[in-house]
Design a protein around this ligand. Structure first.
Ligand code: HEC
Length: 507
């Protein structure tokens, strides 16, 4: 090799992150069959399902849908799809046990028999929950070839000694200030974890990408993170411009995200430690009913800004599910709205304008809003509104334990962060905390599916800074409500009037 060629090779070796596992053409074809149920030929593969032998396209029931893309099997239902680890199936010594069956090691031929006819190497019938697949010889060969490599075919970002996490942080524009805070909290947390030896023998590496200021640039940054840079999961990205696209891309690629995102609560891949605005507002409504005596028809959802309309509609629907009879949502454009209680969605400036318009018209309804949206306007409200404004807070200083405060203060000191921006710091800390906990519980044999399952299994996680957090199957917000805080004016003085209690999930 000439010198230039050598340098080129070195350069590549240094710049490119270690490539994902190289698969042969046959293994690639097997992977497609495994994950998508597709043949290497044009033929449509079929599977017979259940005791009745109903025929369905294999693409409807690919192996991965039951055994997991990582082949680790799943712990759902009665008869469990076992792990397809080649070591377990074929290589290890002695008999294997699974679902009450005992059988010797699989060979290529007996594996084919299990997949096509539902019989294990000892001649035991597999449970009919395992479909029988009609495969060509070539398909079976490809599948066997891939099953041998499945255990090594790790998700992107998981390497021998490194685990890559990604985030999107704007360095310019209106979110740059928040970006600075989030980045500092993440980098600090990752450094602390690495000092303690990382997680399961892997050092954490944080990949930070700048989403720029529009959807196109943000999507490019996201694709780069997940593509060439190989982020395993995302943590606390700040990229509202991606909106719906973020959830779509994450779902297509099976990438988990821990943090707040525009579709929090609405996507299986997105785990938000803190409650969404809709959920927070429900806590205010519960207070309005229980303590302020508002009747079911007395609440009205008012929003300012077209970008808030969808959220407003969602809030109205959820109020309805809780037994309220709210009027249709109303866009605020300077008018004094009706209603004994107004649930407001929008920015601080508009909230101040709404209060002024109501006061000018001599009306004084209760005003309900999420602190994260309107706090900026509250201090300047006139005394007229004293004890009429109720704000939802995911956490209040009363939630802070000594240990929680010490770790927050330590962070602020190390990273020179402003204690007045604690809310964003706590939010990011919680995301990192839950991610870390779930990574620890996933074990060293890490995959994205395992991480999602571990996140779903988190309960009662004590952050020292918030009420206890947790997720669940189908539950993607760490808290199902918020504290209710009343505002006394002038001042303002904030008093917690109803502690956080989970809002009951309606059927
Ligand atoms: C609808 C869910 C489902 C799908 C799809 C599925 N399996 Fe299974 N599989 C199972 C269940 C459940 C069992 C356990 C049966 C038992 O133990 O009696 C099983 C058992 C097996 C076994 C036996 C393992 C052992 O230890 O004896 C093998 C091998 C296997 N599956 C391979 C595959 C392959 C390869 C595919 C795709 C071509 C596939 N499965 C698709 C549910 C599924």
């Amino acid at each position: 090799m000439n010198r230039a060629g050598f340098m080129l090779m070195l350069g590549l070796a240094v710049c490119a992150p270690a490539l994902a596992l190289e698969l042969t053409a046959s293994e690639q074809a097997g992977k497609r069959l495994y994950r998508e149920g597709l043949s290497s030929s044009d033929a449509q593969l079929t599977a017979r399902v259940g005791a009745s032998n109903m025929t369905v396209p294999a693409s409807v029931l690919p192996c991965a849908s039951c055994h997991g893309t990582d082949g680790q099997g799943r712990a759902e239902g009665g008869v469990r799809p076992p792990s397809l680890d080649w070591q377990r199936l074929a290589l290890g010594q002695g008999p294997r046990q699974s679902n009450g069956r005992s059988y010797p090691a699989y060979t290529g031929a007996t594996l084919g028999r299990a997949i096509q006819h539902g019989v294990d190497p000892a001649g035991n019938r597999l449970d009919p929950a395992m479909p029988r697949f009609e495969l060509t010889l070539a398909d079976q060969r490809n599948l066997n070839a891939y099953l041998k490599r499945l255990a090594e075919d790790r998700d992107p970002g998981v390497e021998e000694g490194v685990l890559r996490l990604g985030t999107l942080i704007p360095t310019t524009g209106p979110l740059a200030g928040a970006g600075h805070v989030v980045r500092a909290v993440l980098e600090d947390g990752v450094a602390q974890l690495n000092q303690q030896g990382g997680i399961h023998g892997r050092r954490l590496e944080l990949l930070v990408a700048d989403p720029g200021d529009d959807q196109a640039s943000a999507e490019q940054a996201l694709q780069r993170l997940l593509g060439e840079q190989q982020a395993f999961a995302l943590v606390s990205p700040l990229a509202p411009m991606l909106d719906q696209r973020l959830a779509t891309v994450l779902e297509q690629q099976g990438v988990p995200l821990i943090g707040s995102a525009p579709r929090s609560g609405g996507s299986v891949q997105i785990f938000d430690p803190l409650p969404g605005i809709d959920t927070q507002l429900l806590s205010l409504a519960a207070h309005a009913r229980a303590n302020l005596g508002l009747a079911p028809g007395a609440l009205r959802v008012v929003y300012a800004g077209t970008d808030q309309a969808a959220l407003a509609e969602l809030v109205r629907e959820r109020l309805q599910q809780q037994g309220w009879q709210p009027a249709p949502i109303e866009a605020f454009s300077g008018q004094a709205v009706q209603g004994q209680g107004v649930v407001f969605i929008g920015r601080a400036q508009a909230f101040a304008e709404l209060a002024a318009a109501l006061q000018a018209a001599g009306r004084a309804p209760y005003l309900f809003a999420a602190s994260s949206q309107v706090t900026g306007a509250v201090a300047a409200l006139p005394a007229y509104w004293s004890q009429r404004v109720f704000l939802a807070y995911p956490f209040v200083p009363g939630d802070w334990t000594e240990q929680g405060m010490a770790s927050l203060a330590g962070l602020q000191q190390r990273q020179r962060l402003d204690p007045r921006q604690a809310s964003l710091q706590v939010n990011t800390l919680c995301a990192l905390r839950l991610l870390t906990e779930a990574l620890k519980q996933s074990g060293r044999d890490l995959s994205r599916e395992r991480l999602v399952a571990a996140l779903e299994g988190l309960h009662d996680i004590d952050t020292g800074l918030t009420p206890a957090l947790g997720f669940g199957p189908g539950r993607r917000q760490g808290m199902a409500g918020a504290h209710v805080v009343a505002v006394a004016l002038p001042g303002p003085r904030f008093t917690s009037v109803a502690p956080y209690r989970p809002v009951p999930v309606s059927p």
